[in-house]
Design a protein around this ligand. Sequence first.
Ligand code: PBG
Length: 327
Amino acid sequence: MSFPQHRPRRLRSTPAIRRLTAENRLSPAELVLPAFIREGLTEPVPISSMPGVVQHSSATLKRAAAEAAGLGIGGIMLFGIPAHRDATGSAGIDPDGVLNRAIADVRSEVGDALVIMSDVCLDEFTDHGHCGVLADDGAVDNDATLELYAQMAVAQANAGAHVLGPSGMMDGQVGVIRRALDDAGHPEISVLAYAAKYASAFYGPFREAVDSQLTGDRRTYQMDAANRREALHEVQLDLEEGADMVMVKPAMSYLDIVADVAAMSPVPVAAYQISGEYAMIEAAAANGWIDRRRSIEESVLGIKRAGAQIILTYWATELATWLKESK
Ligand code: PBG
């Protein structure tokens, strides 16, 4: 009898057998492209810490959405950068605000061919950069913020968003948004809850992407990186409040959380491969230290393997192009 008795290498011996036996494969339909639109631009502005990603003008955003739809990408997640900010983030609620207009533009460009998602959060719109309004002592006021999220959600639904993504980690945000949407005659609009969102250093490049005014951090509302059990509590609460989908964010340093949530969630699980994850791979690849394409594919496949059914990634369009070529 020959030794060894078991030879797992047999199933790795050719590209064809590896392809046949792969447990996971990526497809454009599960990808969501996050995109930034900045008020008043005639030309897109590159984001230096995210090479290849831009702050869009209205025209280039529409083009990017049409391209994504043409490639069969699942959705687009929109973030707005207003020309003027104030203490309560009023440009986020204004139907003529940059984000609400972008939602309407993208909807008229692609209709229902892409799931149009939008960020329900005040940080891009406040002059202090926090995700909520501040009380007199400077703390983020949870319940006063909820009222504004409700108004923001209705404005985004009126503009034509299919899915709203509350990302501010205020307690009760999903329930308040659900009720406001129903009261405003939008029972069909879904909520993708940023259920387990951690206070992460890897959001760094996003701050440049949205010209953030933040000083300090978000540790009084976003989760502590030390915690695993707490993520399941957050998900449970969002499910009780009516979340249609739940998200874990960031992705790569939190794959245990993705796996935990995937094991218990009765609704689709999303993960957000964030700006710093993008920047790290781009920077290492630009230095010639890693193979860019293989690293991107491996990183996104890892998020899928952990259990995410929907993946937000700044590489969505490029990945979808590669997937199309390899067919
Ligand atoms: C808040 C929000 C942030 C991101 C998405 N929504 C920033 C933050 O919480 O500090 C980060 C996304 C990324 O880093 O790619 N509106």
